[in-house]
Write a protein that binds this ligand. Structure first.
Ligand code: FAD
Length: 432
């Protein structure tokens, strides 16, 4: 890598206009990178997406597929922090840490705790609500252009509970959702049965979010959007970005293991792997990975009409084209440690209790890397110190949901268009 000289780098936004025919490189072909590429392409940029894997093969392909338009609260809620020690000691809880990783996690944890104060939670929720408010409007045209509407179902989302105690733990979350006009209904026993007859009778309460949607195939959705990008003249290269070259306008080329790719604009959207490249751009950010798991049951033997989350274990059961997908849990162990199959076993055990008769023999297993910032807000916008480099990573639990609105923000900023809402909460400098 060649370092930028302070005199060389112009810390001004990329000039407005003159984009037609200019090259933009998007690093990362997950759902966020592909959506960003599509929005830049609409503005006339010549697009190259660089990723060592095929589009959607990484975290984006294994998600629960939920467009979580209810999700306006951060992970670090005040009521959740006191429960963390007990959760960590309980091998069957939704949260684990590999203890050898704890020392590396500490700086992230400090920011996480700071983000959990009531004042911060309010500000973060406002920012998430702003993004989620525009999420579907941003996704819809991409889905329609790509002819992917048949991959989408608008049936809502159910969080199911065994008793009112769990409902009480969600009180703060529900209050915030009400404040931001997220529609939901609190269901009694009969209503839960009507919506999800396959659920065990032990689940007597539910919260139903009618505006949520899901895709029946998150990987195919990402691949279909990437196909549309290529059809419209974008290119997707199987390369790993390793660094940058800098010129008077900022980043002048992206370097990969085998080659050099000259560019006029760069978007860093490499999900959980974005940190070293952001550091090369002079920005040290507390990006971690919350590893998550899924088990897809090809022959589940029960019918589930809509995504259902377990209110106590907080994982999602999604009806996908491939079968029923159990997806969720959080493990802090970094990018290198091998998967821990006991995480999947916990979800399977729990799902069998939720759905009597569930068949789990024909199962496939997967682990993915949520790119997570401690305050549950992605990093979006121009990279400080660079006129033509943009960040678009750190979407945590809602990367599918927020992918298209992120892409639209990046394209707006690159074009100098005013943002639809306040982007300060998403700035890279918020941790410095
Ligand atoms: C179990 C689970 C369930 C989930 N369910 C949901 C859900 O229902 N709804 C929701 O909204 N979100 C969900 N998420 C979160 C969501 O999947 C992620 O937030 C989202 O996929 C992140 O997308 P991304 O494009 O940033 O990252 P990724 O999909 O990880 O893509 C990043 C890409 O960058 C590439 N890359 C890495 N290094 C380099 C490099 N040096 N050069 C070039 N390319 C590079 C990688 O190969 C990868 O393809 C879930 C996550 C998990 C783990």
């Amino acid at each position: 890598m060649q370092s930028p000289s302070p005199n060389q780098v112009q810390d001004r936004p990329h000039p407005v206009g003159g984009r037609a025919g200019r090259r933009a490189i998007v690093i990362g072909g997950g759902i966020v990178g592909i959506a960003s590429a599509l929005y830049l392409l609409k503005d006339g940029w010549r697009i190259t997406v660089i990723d060592p894997e095929p589009p959607g093969e990484s975290t984006s392909g294994g998600s629960a597929g939920l467009f979580a338009f209810d999700h306006v609260t951060p992970v670090a809620m005040p009521g959740m922090i006191p429960r963390v020690p007990a959760m960590l000691l309980d091998k069957k809880s939704s949260l684990t840490i590999r203890w050898g990783y704890l020392r590396r996690l500490l700086p992230w944890m400090v920011h996480f705790l700071k983000a959990s104060t009531p004042g911060r939670v309010d500000a973060i929720s406002r920012a998430l609500a702003d993004m989620i408010g525009g999420a579907w409007d941003a996704f819809q045209p991409l889905i329609e252009d790509a002819g992917a509407a048949d991959l989408i179902r608008r049936r809502g989302f159910l969080v199911a509970f065994r008793n009112d105690r769990f409902l009480t733990t969600m009180k703060r979350e529900l209050d915030i959702q009400r404040r931001f006009d997220i529609r939901f209904d609190i269901l009694d026993d009969d209503e839960v049965r009507q919506l999800a007859p396959a659920l065990s009778p032990a689940y007597t309460r539910g919260i139903y979010y009618p505006d949520c949607a899901h895709t029946v195939d998150p990987k195919l959705l990402a691949q279909t959007l990437a196909g549309e990008l290529v059809r419209k003249g974008g290119e997707v290269l199987r390369r790993r970005a390793t660094g940058f070259e800098f010129g008077p306008q900022g980043v002048s080329a992206v370097l990969s293991e085998a080659s050099r790719h000259p560019t006029d604009l760069v978007v860093l959207a490499a999900g959980a792997w974005s940190k070293p490249l952001a550091t090369q751009l002079g920005n040290r950010l507390p990006l971690e990975t919350e590893r998550g798991y899924h088990v897809t049951l090809a022959d589940p033997g029960v019918d589930v009409g809509l995504p259902i989350a377990s209110g106590d274990l907080r994982f999602c059961i999604s009806p996908l084209a491939q079968g029923l997908r159990l997806a969720g849990t959080v493990e802090f162990a970094g990018l290198e440690a091998p998967p821990d199959p006991s995480r999947q076993a916990v979800m399977v055990e729990h799902a069998r209790r939720m759905l009597p008769g569930l068949r789990v023999e024909d199962a496939s297993y997967w682990m993915g890397f949520r790119p997570s910032m401690p305050d549950s807000l992605p990093v979006i916008g121009r990279a400080p110190g660079h006129a033509n480099a943009y960040f678009a990573f750190g979407h945590g639990h809602v990367g599918l949901t927020l992918a298209a609105v992120t892409g639209r923000i990046v394209a707006d900023q690159a074009a100098g268009r005013p943002p639809a809402f306040d982007l300060k909460p998403f700035r890279a400098t918020r941790f410095s």
